[in-house]
Design a protein around this ligand. Structure first.
Ligand code: NAD
Length: 726
């Protein structure tokens, strides 16, 4: 174990260097933590050592905890987690006290953390236990505590220390939202103490160690008369913060994220007791969160598997397909967005539309977004010019010569798409991708003379914000085209899933039944507010009625008509269409029309549910239980995901879960549809399906795969999935 090593110079300054072999980023393991503890003991016990610099041998300081450690801790049960966390607290507390006399607070050795770059999670909690934190002025570095984003919270003293350092109000964005800052921002926000030129980092650290006084080493909370900045819960100012924080967090999370609740409890309860007791409270809440299946599921989908997919877990083994020159046909909403994210990633883009005016408008979309960046000081004028310089807007297909990938985003019309395919293939033999959202890829590929190089690359709107990209393999699509699409998605730093060709692919296939189930309930007389709130209270970002308002009701009508035409008598959604078509007839086409299931003010702001709906679809006298509505809304999506897996559209449950969360915001706390089924268990899922089928019809019939799993007592990820995946 060589994760940490120590040298002491002639002036008596010991430098502990964190450098995990064979990893580009330092991550903390249990063994490494023990080694660090031993080195700190050695330095504190050595009379020749005056103080310690803790730094990294890499470009960055640390990325956080090794997630294998968390998985292993979990396997040992609650007591093992608690004991492990308390062990870490002891070491960090030893660093913080640094050998000082507990009464006089004198005689300690200064310990400074010198951060060359990124410092996340435990990579910041450890520095927070040191006496000073300095960072190199490295604008690429990210500093913060992102744990909450994957369903846990800072559990190595970070929560308790940050709140005591800056007060609950100021700590809230870092703890509750996982806000990350560059070093200058971290200094301004009070996370770190000093920013210096990169080349001066170690010299300045040493200078500080050699000049630090006893008083410099005493943390405010260890000094006499400490008062928490902003006040504790029973202080008049603190009272306001804590009451407000609780309401704000519940409003944002709807109470479905165990980590947010536990974090708040740790902060509140910790603020009422002495520091060491607060650490113990933090450890207890942290233990409860780690034992909650939601944190396992969130870490699995939002961290481990998301990263695995981004690194090409399902990429065919063909040589590098990095895109050098991209053609985008159709400079509308989607094409313009695709051109922007590609140019931003350094790719040369030819953006084509039917008229020069339309092509220029598409390019202007990038200019608008870059201007916003300039205003917010996120983009320099040079960068703007550079990115815009990569986009050529034209009507001339000859400009596509040399493009190794073409993305088509013209009107959703097979005839128009076929014409464009032929025109493109006449001038260029790059991989041809269509951004269609509803037309089967294998059908569109018939217009291609190279169907093995024809593929679907389905972006979500707005392209610059939505991080999922669904890659669709047509019947004849070859491996090179899949690899090209995956390498392209990696270049633009989004997350890919690869699915097989079927009606609506994966994401839309699951989201449409969700919207439909909501609308169907309206037809049955379920109160629209109950439908919308039930969805939000189970962690969906938007209720189904708001969602269809946002995507537009006329699009819903168009899709319904096309689906009915394709399915004939088997079409199951007549009851839904009754509401949808009526809304369209009333001119209530959704948000863009300023009227839909919701009412909107003149500025387009959503006001509340439209009260005119009840005149046509009156609310029934008896209303269903909240749980029943939630099960209908969840199962409508989840069963479709299982059917997609059964039918071979999905080939990897990891893609099903990551795709669901990133694509349409499926209850992130659950880790995705398969994650949710594993949390409740196949047996319970079957019970719910059987009950819903009896009451509401065959669309809730459990797929054979689920029945089999219930009979065998198995799960999607398996008992050891967490450890294996990590
Ligand atoms: P849009 O109407 O905003 O843009 C289409 C553009 O294509 C227009 O600028 C039009 O002038 C251009 N165009 C039409 N025929 C052309 C031709 N023959 N040659 C060159 N350009 C031509 O549409 P959009 O919303 O950007 O959608 C484009 C595609 O992306 C569609 O297939 C759609 O299904 C798909 N899609 C849309 C969304 C969405 O949310 N809007 C999401 C995913 C996928």
């Amino acid at each position: 174990m060589t994760d940490f090593s120590m040298t002491t110079d002639a002036d008596g300054v010991a430098t502990i260097i964190w450098d995990v072999a064979a990893k580009s980023m330092n991550v903390m393991s249990t063994e490494a933590f023990a080694l660090l503890s031993a080195l700190v003991d050695q330095a504190l016990g050595d009379a020749a050592v005056k103080g310690i610099i803790l730094t990294s041998g890499k470009r960055d300081f640390a990325g956080g905890m090794d997630l294998n450690v968390i998985a292993r801790m979990r396997a040992g049960g609650a007591q093992a987690i608690f004991d492990g966390v308390m062990g870490m607290h002891q070491v960090l507390r030893k660093i913080e006290r640094a050998g000082m006399d507990p009464k006089t607070l004198k005689g300690g050795k200064p310990i400074i953390a010198a951060l060359p770059g990124t410092a996340l999670g435990i990579g910041l909690e450890l520095p927070l236990a040191c006496h000073r934190i300095i960072a190199a002025d490295n604008p690429k570095a990210k500093i913060g505590l992102p744990e909450i984003m994957v369903g846990i919270f800072p559990g190595a003293g970070g929560t308790t220390r940050l709140v005591r350092k800056m007060g609950a109000m100021m700590a809230a964005p870092y703890l509750l939202e996982g806000k990350l800052s560059d070093p200058k921002g971290a200094k301004a926000g009070g996370l770190i103490d000093e920013v210096v030129a990169p080349e001066a980092l170690l010299a300045r650290a040493k200078e500080w160690v050699l000049t630090a006084t006893d008083a410099d080493l005493v943390k405010p909370w260890d000094a006499k008369g400490y008062k928490m900045p902003g006040g504790t819960p029973y202080h008049p100012a603190g009272f306001m913060t804590f009451v407000g924080a609780s309401a704000m967090v519940m409003g944002k999370t709807m109470g479905v994220y165990p980590a947010a609740k536990a974090l708040l409890a740790a902060v509140y309860e910790g603020a009422l007791v002495p520091f060491d007791t607060a650490l113990k409270i933090e450890a207890r809440h942290f233990t409860s969160v780690l034992m909650n299946p939601s944190s396992t599921a969130m870490i699995r989908s939002l961290f481990i598997n998301k990263e695995a997919l981004e690194k090409g877990a399902n990429r065919p083994k063909v040589p590098d397909q990095t895109v050098k020159k991209l053609g985008v046909i159709g400079a509308g909403m989607m094409g313009a967005g695709i051109a922007y994210v590609s140019a931003l990633a350094g790719i040369e883009v030819v953006l084509i539309d039917a008229t020069q005016e339309a092509a220029d408008k598409g390019r202007a979309h990038s200019e608008g977004l870059l201007d916003k960046g300039v205003q917010r000081k996120k983009v320099t004028a040079e960068k703007k010019a550079e990115v815009l310089g990569r986009i050529t807007a034209t009507t001339d297909y000859a400009a596509l010569a040399g493009c190794d990938l073409i993305v088509e985003a013209v009107f959703e019309d097979p005839k128009v798409k076929a014409e464009v395919t032929a025109k493109v293939e006449a001038v260029c033999d790059g991989v041809f991708a269509t951004n269609t959202s509803t037309l089967p890829i294998s059908g569109l590929a018939k217009a291609s003379v190279r169907p093995e190089r024809f593929i679907g690359i389905h972006f979500f709107s707005p392209v610059d914000k939505m991080n999922l990209v669904e890659i669709i393999r047509g019947r004849e699509t070859g491996d090179v085209a899949v690899a090209k699409a995956l390498d392209f998605v990696r270049q633009i730093r989004k997350t890919p899933i690869v699915v097989n060709d079927a009606r609506f692919f994966y994401a839309n296939r699951c989201i449409i039944p969700y919207i439909n189930e909501g609308i169907r309930m309206v037809a049955e007389g379920v109160e629209p507010a109950l439908v919308e709130n039930a969805a939000k209270l189970v962690g969906m970002p938007l209720g189904p009625l708001q969602l269809v308002d946002e995507t537009s009701i006329d699009l819903g009508v168009k899709i319904a008509k096309a689906t009915r035409a394709a399915m004939g008598d088997a079409y199951p959604d007549g009851a839904v269409d009754e509401v949808l078509f009526w809304m369209a007839d009333q001119g209530r086409l959704g948000k863009k029309a300023g009227a839909g299931f919701y009412a909107y003010d003149a500025a387009g702001k959503r006001e509340g549910l439209w009260d005119g709906l009840a005149a046509r679809f009156p609310e029934a006298a008896g209303q269903p239980e909240l749980g029943e509505v939630q099960h209908r809304l969840l199962m409508a999506q989840v069963l479709e995901a299982v059917r997609a897996l059964e039918g071979g559209v999905l080939t990897d449950i990891r893609e099903g879960d990551v795709g669901a969360i990133l694509g349409w915001g499926f209850a992130p706390w659950s880790g995705g549809p398969f994650g949710w089924l594993d949390i409740i268990g196949a047996g319970r899922a079957l019970e719910i399906c059987d009950r819903l089928t009896a009451r509401h019809g065959a669309r809730f019939a459990a797929p054979a795969m689920l029945r089999e799993m219930a009979a065998k007592g198995t799960s999607f990820y398996g008992a050891k999935a967490d450890a294996k995946a990590a």
